[in-house]
Design a protein around this ligand. Sequence first.
Ligand code: CTP
Ligand code: MG
Length: 181
Amino acid sequence: MDIVAVVVVAFWVMLPAYIPNNVAVLAGGGRPIDGGRTLGGSRLLGDGKTWRGTAAGTAAGAALALLLNQLAPAATDVLGFSVPTFPALVALGLAFGAMLGDIGASFLKRRTGRQRGAPFPGIDQLDFVVGSLVLAFIARPSWFLETFTLPVLAAVIVITPILHISTNVFAYAIGVKNEPW
Ligand code: CTP
Ligand code: MG
């Protein structure tokens, strides 16, 4: 695979993990997952992690993966190299893993004295990648190893923070997100 193919495949395969956090921002609200509970004086997760946001984000990411499966043959034709398709369990794993990674990061933020919305450089940009990759691996180890070759993984690590920062700055600029990270 040449570099363009690697980057396109990395983007395609991670789309179901990219969407959940953005959908959660739009759909979030209502009851926080931690129900207001605290641990050592700080909230367990905080008001920024809600059941509704998590469910909507997961559903949107998984649905997008299934839609991409429908588009894959046409995309493969147009691009001249094949894009991967998602087994159903992987679709769910990528989407829910992204939400879980983000929730895990909030847990760490609260343990390190960071208030809701405080930045956590590095973690903010990659937490959901770790979650989605781990759950995708658990869902289908053989699919994971075939799809996430070392070049694709390297591309994911490079393009994800760039995309994450630019979409959040955009979401902040149009007023749907409270902070630009
Ligand atoms: N959101 C949600 N449920 C999630 C993730 C996000 O409802 N599982 C919504 C919340 O409204 C949240 C917003 O999306 O405020 C932005 O998400 P994020 O930046 O992850 O949360 P923060 O409010 O910044 O909180 P934290 O410091 O815990 O990251
Ligand atoms: Mg935040």
